[in-house]
Design a protein around this ligand. Structure first.
Ligand code: CMC
Length: 377
């Protein structure tokens, strides 16, 4: 017997139930929102191909499709004002705060000013989705020493967000490019942040709490934080002739190449394909886009060589980076822009979860000591 540790524990019970680290391959929900077909590189929102939605839809129409199931390309969604209490909070945040932290805080504070009741509704979803861009734009201006800009209710969400961010209307090409990004970012099945949102709302907590939790989950570099790191990675490589050596060295050291790999996709991410087209067609594309394309070729070759048993292809974040840069966002705004877009999907999942609710409570295999006595005092 050890006086500090108590009695020598009995052996812990042997638990042979199947365990899937990271819940990989575990089915934890039914959804009618998106089909993420990883083998064939297909993404459908309520049956419609993502490529078609990018070409013929707008974010306003996509939000309506996700929340109601109806396809109406004329639907618009304008941004809404930041209530004074939330603006006061945004004004007190340090200018150095990460935009994701500012957005998470603003959404949480906004929720405290609203009467958000159970069950979650499309009206609540619309209110959160329309408020969040105004809050992010206000924070971005305040940290630059500028006054926030009121929403223009005649503008669709992306157009309105850029107006509130920059204080002037963006050109049609810029609006179109960011809108395409918002369309591809809107929904993606049971990804980590959406799962977090469903877990929270399944306790019959409110929609705002679930969105706040989802923003926290999206912030990490393995999920929504990747595109800003893509930019750093491309700048580190610097020129096409350095790509081969840089990529090999990084992969040999176990560094994860940002913008590559996916839990579900074994084929090329269709969102990356759609955004590559958008990036290439932009007037204001970043001057490193060609370099990014040549690094991608090398990375795909090296990853295939190093991981012959796990197909690691380009993911959405790789080409999100040049699109977001091209529309004038700074890299630290990229994850928050992703959050604005994904709010449509989160809130649609929250409504779906609540409609057939069951508390989400998985189990764990216990690996600690067996039963034992407390040390003698
Ligand atoms: N670069 C180098 N090696 C990689 C990468 C990568 N980007 N991704 C996975 N691997 C390797 C990994 O090291 C592991 O190798 P080993 O078996 O030898 O240890 C193997 O591939 C399997 O990786 P995993 O971490 O078990 O796979 P996962 O499904 O848990 O990870 C991922 C998915 C997205 C977290 C991962 O691919 C990654 O870290 N990618 C880089 C970050 C990134 O681009 N994130 C954006 C994801 S797309 C946006 C979204 O939909 O959320």
């Amino acid at each position: 017997m050890n006086a500090q540790q108590g009695t020598t524990p009995e052996a812990a019970p042997v638990d042979t139930r199947p365990y899937s680290p990271g819940l990989e391959g575990v089915i934890a929900a039914e959804t009618g929102l998106a089909l993420v077909d990883g083998e064939n590189g297909r993404l459908l929102y309520r049956g419609y191909r993502i490529g078609d939605l990018v070409e013929r839809g707008s974010y306003g129409a996509i939000t309506n499709l996700l929340w109601t199931g109806e396809w109406d390309p004329t639907v618009k969604l304008a941004t809404t004002p930041v209530p004074p209490a939330v603006m006061t909070v945004l004004r007190t945040l340090p200018k150095t705060a990460k935009p994701m932290d500012a957005l998470r805080t603003a959404v949480s504070m906004w929720g405290a000013t609203q009467d958000i009741t159970w069950p979650p509704t499309p009206e609540q979803a619309k209110a959160i989705t329309a408020f969040s861009p105004s809050a992010l734009a206000a924070f971005a201006r305040l940290r630059a020493g500028k006054e926030p800009v009121d929403p223009d209710p005649s503008l669709d969400l992306v157009d309105g967000f850029l107006y509130q961010l920059n204080g002037e209307r963006a050109d049609p090409g810029t609006i179109r490019a960011l809108d395409a990004y918002f369309v591809v970012g809107a929904e993606h099945g049971l990804n980590a942040s959406t799962f977090a949102a469903r877990v929270i709302v399944a306790t019959r907590s409110d929609m705002v709490s679930a969105v706040v939790g989802a923003i926290g989950a999206l912030k990490g570099p393995l999920h929504g934080g990747a595109p800003s790191e893509v930019v750093e990675q491309i700048h580190e490589v610097g020129s096409p002739d350095r790509a081969e050596a840089w990529v090999r060295d990084a992969v040999d050291k176990g560094v994860r190449l940002m913008g590559f790999g996916h839990r579900v996709y074994r084929a090329y991410d269709p969102r990356a394909a759609a955004l590559r087209k958008v990036a290439e067609s932009m007037d204001k594309k970043p001057d490193w886009l060609e370099l990014a394309i040549s690094i991608e070729d090398v990375a795909l070759r090296v990853l295939a060589e190093k991981h012959p048993d796990r197909a690691l292809k380009t993911n959405v974040e790789y080409y999100a980076a040049p699109v977001l840069m091209g529309v004038g966002l700074t890299p630290d705004l990229f994850p928050a822009a992703f959050a604005l877009a994904r709010t449509a999907g989160w809130t649609a999942h929250i409504i779906e979860q609540a409609a057939a609710n069951k508390l989400i409570r998985p189990d764990a295999i216990y690996t600690g000591p067996g039963e034992r006595e407390l040390p003698a005092s």
